[in-house]
Design a protein around this ligand. Structure first.
Ligand code: FAD
Length: 426
């Protein structure tokens, strides 16, 4: 028997996977009696914001992730497909119908006992999956904090955009560290005065995403790049864009420099240093593409600033989403540092299978890192970064192909085909 706390996307998927393996599951949610500030619906599996699960194409990593989940009999994808509404190449759903379908499947499963209106404060005994999301209620948060320790629990996601290396124009950007200290650790995008002024003007006038009432106070401790820019035309030049010690390879001294720091061990992803931002996603693409070297930038993870409770998974979890220090405990969903609806459900899928295997005395299931579901689990449990931040699935997390394919769409489709072949053989 296993206990799951949280009937969101991750918790429902985990319950479904475990129950389908013949294990008795008790699933708790504090709804409808108590709701997080982002939840409004009484059903399980509620989409708290957009009704889109993003691209459904195999040339896109989130499309691959969903296709893998289809192969693995995912409840969330099954219900999304059943309640799909027309939205071009994206998988968008009828929000109410989607949550109702998930709730119905969970309620009618013979191996699942659903207990609603029960806010869990203590981590229960036995095999347990904690899937209480980015807005985990305070009483349980206290218990999670005791489990992880204060330093491994984060409350606020203030992330700068992450971009692919291959989309950076290295004819304009150059590798160097400030004053030559640290070798070629950073990629630097130099600007002359005119380019800087145009960029600064666009940045201070760009549209920001709305801040939710419950998030007002979390913004006090951290300054978005656009807010710093609004302090004056030169503010960025003494902050993240300061050029000192970063002379161009041709000897010129730039007026401003945007630095990018390596973000994964394969050096396929880079983050924009000091660019935590609250700009709308489309505005990030528009304004940051004005930076020389980033004209065609591919942003795989947009900058965000929002309330988001998550644990320092690389030091706490295994690729099965199992807690390293107490093997009966699993985490799933956004609380592990995966970012997004499909990603949250995918971690529930892995945790659910493995919790069931633990209950049945079977071996752990670790997905191949050449699959999207395995690559995300690998990132979550082993990311080599000082500042762990939530991550969407993207092709930069998967190992490259053995053969070179120049055209990006074909290359991504080939990576997807490789992943699906591996899954089908397993
Ligand atoms: C405001 C906001 C907007 C977002 N918008 C998007 C978006 O548009 N697109 C996207 O892809 N991702 C978005 N995300 C990120 C993420 O995909 C969602 O938060 C997603 O719902 C996470 O799934 P989950 O299963 O981890 O958590 P949730 O879906 O939040 O589920 C957690 C469940 O646990 C329950 N719970 C919490 N504490 C307790 C407790 N102590 N006892 C019992 N039950 C408890 C809650 O009632 C809830 O039902 C957003 C996140 C936030 C915070």
């Amino acid at each position: 028997m296993i206990t799951i706390i949280g009937g969101g996307l991750a918790g429902c998927e985990a319950a479904w996977q475990a129950a389908n393996r013949g294990v008795s599951v008790t699933l708790y949610d504090m709804k409808p009696n108590k709701k997080t500030p982002a939840h409004t619906n009484d059903n399980l599996g509620e989409l708290v914001c957009s009704n889109s699960m993003r691209s459904d194409s195999l040339s896109n990593a989130v499309g691959l992730l969903k296709e893998e989940m289809r192969c693995l009999n995912s409840l969330i994808i099954q219900c999304a497909d059943a309640t799909k509404i027309p939205a071009g190449g994206t998988l968008a759903v009828d929000r109410e119908g989607f949550a109702a379908a998930i709730t119905e499947k969970i309620k009618s499963h013979p191996n699942i006992k659903l207990i609603l209106s029960d806010e869990i404060a203590e981590i229960p005994s036995g095999i347990v999956i904690i899937a209480t999301g980015p807005l985990t209620s305070d009483v349980l948060l206290h218990s999670v904090r005791q489990l992880t320790g204060e330093k491994d629990l984060f409350f606020f996601d203030a992330a700068a955009p992450i971009v692919t290396y291959e989309s950076i124009n290295m004819q304009k950007a150059y590798k160097a560290s400030r004053y030559g200290k640290g070798g070629d650790d950073y990629i630097n995008c130099p600007m002359d005065e005119q380019q800087y002024n145009q960029f600064w003007n666009s940045l201070i006038n760009a549209q920001t995403a709305p801040i939710k009432d419950f998030e007002q106070n979390v913004f006090e401790g951290c300054m978005p790049v656009e807010v710093l820019a609004k302090r004056g035309e030169k503010a960025l030049l003494f902050g993240p864009l300061k050029p000192v010690g970063l002379r161009c390879p041709n000897g010129d001294m730039p007026h401003a420099v945007v630095q990018l720091r390596q973000d994964n061990s394969d050096a396929t992803l880079y983050n924009m240093v000091g660019f935590q931002t609250h700009l709308k996603f489309g505005e990030q693409k528009r304004v940051f593409s004005m930076i020389p070297g980033l004209e065609n930038v591919e942003i795989v993870r947009y900058g965000v600033m929002h309330k988001n409770i998550f644990i320092n998974s690389p030091s706490l979890l295994l690729p099965t989403y199992r807690f390293r220090n107490d093997e009966r405990i699993f985490f799933a969903g956004q609380i592990t540092g995966v970012e997004g609806y499909a990603e949250s459900a995918s971690s529930g899928l892995v945790a659910g299978i493995n919790a069931a295997h633990a209950a049945l005395g079977r071996e752990d299931v670790v997905f191949d890192i050449k699959t999207a579901i395995g690559a995300l689990a690998d990132y979550i449990s082993a990311a080599k970064t000082e500042n762990f931040q939530p991550m969407n699935i993207n092709f930069g997390l998967l190992p490259p192909l053995d053969v070179k394919i120049k055209q990006k769409q074909q290359r991504n489709e080939a990576i997807s085909q490789r992943s699906l072949n591996i899954l089908k053989k397993a």
